[in-house]
Design a protein around this ligand. Structure first.
Ligand code: FES
Length: 148
């Protein structure tokens, strides 16, 4: 696993480097830890508030701690009609968290997403961007136990 300090140092002095660094950090850690924000502020010569502003400006960057596996439930209309609500409930029950939360062991985060262009096989979930099709609530334990 690349260290956030190295990821930040490799972008030092580059235009837009802080955004590149945040991208790289997020792909390693799944979010941008507070220490990385502080380090980036130092290296790029800005206030921590400004660095935080950069990190929160882009919706695909997250400063909240997230799990190793990010589960996303598609909530656009075709998936919704096909039973997305029941699938979300099953995931929440199985993991013991609400949508938007991360399990205590840091393994799973559950989020919602817009249509991912796989409406031929609704409802669709993704696990770390890998789509899983025609998901029903009773499939959830076997799908997720594969990641435990
Ligand atoms: S609506 Fe869910 S994949 Fe398109």
């Amino acid at each position: 696993m690349a260290n956030y300090k190295d990821l930040i140092a490799s972008q030092q002095g580059k235009k837009g480097g802080i955004i590149e660094a945040f991208h790289a950090i997020q792909s390693e850690y799944n979010y941008i830890p507070k220490e990385a924000l502080e380090e980036a502020a130092k290296v790029f010569g800005m206030s921590e508030a400004k660095a935080y502003g950069v990190a929160t400006f882009y919706s695909y960057l997250s400063t909240e701690k997230r799990g190793k596996y990010i589960i996303r439930m598609c909530e656009s209309a075709p998936c919704h009609v096909a039973g997305a609500d029941a699938v979300i409930k099953a995931i929440e029950n199985y993991l013991g968290i609400a949508t938007g939360q991360t399990t205590a062991d840091g393994k799973f985060t559950l989020e919602l997403t817009e249509c991912i262009g796989q409406c031929q096989a609704t409802p669709v979930i993704t696990v770390n961007s890998e789509p899983i099709f025609n998901v029903t609530p009773d499939m959830i334990p076997s799908i997720l136990s594969a990641y435990k």
